[in-house]
Design a binder for this molecule. Structure first.
Ligand SMILES: C=CC1=C(C)c2cc3[nH]c(cc4nc(cc5[nH]c(cc1n2)c(C)c5CCC(=O)O)C(CCC(=O)O)=C4C)c(C)c3C=C
Ligand SMILES: [Fe+2]
Ligand SMILES: [Fe+2]
Length: 339
C-alpha cells in the first residue's frame, strides 16, 4: 500500500508580468466558489475587474517576487520537502488550485507511481468554499475524469486544533517577546454572502465580537466564527490580555459587503487610539504570500505610519517552521487514520 500526502494551497501567477497575472486572476476569479454568481454575471464582473487589476496586482507581485519565484510557491516547496521526512507511507506532493503546479498532473503522476490512498491537505486552517471546497472539488473532478482508484481522505479545517495553535504561538514567540502596544490578527476576508448561504441559523450575528455561544453546527460552516475562535485560543495560549489584541479581515475586493471589521479601518483606528508599535499576524495563511508581504508588510505599514503609528512589525507565517512541520504531520496522520 502506498499512501501519498498532497498539500494544496491557492497558487500564484507564473510570473509577475501583467499577462501572467491576468491569466491567473481570470482562472481564480472565474471559479464559481470564489465569485459565486451565475456564469454571465460572473464573466461580466470578472472582465470588469480584469481591466485594471492585473496591472495593479502585477506591480504588487513584482515588489515581493523572489529570485526563486513566488514566495507562496517557494515556501510551500520548502514545507513539502520537510514534510517528506515526517511522512513515511509514501510520497508528499504539492499542488496549487490555480496556476502551477496544478492538481491534475500531480494526481496523474501519483497514480502512475502506484499510489492507492491519498490524504488531501488543503492548507487553510479556517473553512471557506473559496479555498477548502474548491480544492477538494478539483481533486475529485480529476479522480473521476481519469477513473483514478484512490481512496481519498481529507484533512479537516484545523482552526481549533492544539497542534496548529501551538505551532502558531511557537513561531510567533520571538515577536511576542518584544515590546508592542497591540497585536492585530488579520485574517483573509470573505463576502458576507459566502457565509450566509452556508449558515442555516438566520439569527447568526456576523458582527459578533467573539465566538462564544456559537453552536457547533454554525461553527462548522462559519468562516468568521472559526477565525474568531482561532484568535481567542491563540491569545489564551500566548498569555495575551484582553485589549492587547483584536481581529480584523483584509483583502476586500469589489463592492459587496465583506466580513468586518476591515483591516484597513482597524489600522487607522489603532493609530488614532495612540498605538505606536503594532504587531500584525495573519493566521489564515500558513505561508507568506502577496497578501501578507505586500498588503500588510508594505501597504499596511505605510498606512499605519501615515496615520501616526511608529512601527508595524509583520509576524511571518509559519512557513517551514519545524514546529509547524511536526504539527501538520500529526494533523495529516490523524486525518488518515479516520479512513
Ligand atoms: C472574490 C475574491 C476573493 C475571495 C473570496 C478570496 C478568499 C480567500 N483567499 C485566500 C487566500 C489567498 N488569496 C490570495 C490572493 C488573492 N485573493 C484574491 C481574491 C479573493 N480571495 C485575489 C484577487 C488575490 C490575488 C492577489 C491580488 O490581486 O490581490 C493569496 C496569495 C496568492 C499569492 O500568489 O501570493 C492567498 C494565499 C483565503 C484564505 C480566502 C478565504 C478565506
Ligand atoms: Fe484571496
Ligand atoms: Fe489582497
Amino acid at each position: 500500500m502506498t499512501h501519498a500526502l498532497l498539500l494544496v494551497n491557492l497558487g500564484s501567477p507564473a510570473s509577475p508580468q501583467v499577462g501572467d497575472v491576468r491569466r491567473y486572476l481570470d482562472q481564480f476569479l472565474m471559479d464559481p466558489n470564489v465569485v459565486d454568481l451565475p456564469w454571465p454575471l460572473r464573466r461580466l464582473l470578472v472582465s470588469l475587474i480584469l481591466i485594471r487589476r492585473p496591472a495593479q496586482s502585477a506591480r504588487a507581485y513584482e515588489s515581493i517576487w523572489w529570485e526563486e519565484g513566488s514566495p507562496l510557491i517557494v515556501l510551500s516547496r520548502r514545507l513539502q520537502e520537510k514534510m517528506q521526512a515526517q511522512w513515511t507511507q509514501g510520497p508528499v506532493e504539492l499542488a496549487m488550485r490555480y496556476g502551477e503546479p496544478s492538481i491534475e498532473p500531480v494526481l496523474l503522476r501519483l497514480a502512475e507511481r502506484g499510489v492507492d490512498t491519498l490524504t488531501l491537505a488543503p492548507l487553510y486552517p479556517q473553512f471557506a468554499d473559496s479555498t477548502t471546497t474548491t480544492a477538494i472539488e478539483e481533486a475529485r473532478r480529476v479522480v473521476a475524469k481519469h477513473g483514478l482508484k484512490f481512496e481519498i481522505n481529507v484533512l479537516p479545517p484545523f482552526y481549533d486544533q492544539p497542534e496548529y495553535l501551538d505551532a502558531l504561538v511557537e513561531s510567533a514567540r520571538p515577536h511576542l517577546q518584544e515590546s508592542f502596544d497591540h497585536l492585530l490578527l488579520s485574517f483573509h476576508g470573505l463576502p458576507e454572502r459566502h457565509i450566509r448561504k452556508l449558515v442555516k441559523d438566520a439569527g447568526h450575528d456576523l458582527r459578533a465580537a467573539d465566538s462564544h455561544g456559537v453552536s457547533d453546527e454554525v461553527l462548522a460552516c462559519c468562516y468568521r466564527s472559526q477565525c474568531l475562535r482561532t484568535a481567542e485560543l491563540f491569545a489564551e495560549r500566548a498569555g495575551l490580555h484582553p485589549g492587547q489584541w483584536s481581529v480584523s479581515f483584509q483583502s476586500r475586493l469589489g463592492k459587496d459587503k465583506w466580513i468586518e471589521p476591515y483591516t484597513e479601518t482597524r489600522i487607522d483606528e489603532l493609530a488614532a487610539q495612540g498605538v505606536k508599535r503594532l504587531l500584525v499576524m495573519c493566521p489564515a495563511f500558513v505561508a507568506d504570500c502577496i497578501e501578507t508581504l505586500e498588503e500588510i508588510g508594505d501597504r499596511g505599514r505605510d498606512q499605519f505610519i501615515a496615520a501616526g503609528g511608529e512601527e508595524l512589525a509583520l509576524v511571518p507565517c509559519m512557513n517551514d517552521h519545524p514546529r509547524w512541520v511536526t504539527a501538520l504531520a500529526q494533523l495529516c496522520r490523524r486525518a488518515a487514520q479516520a479512513i
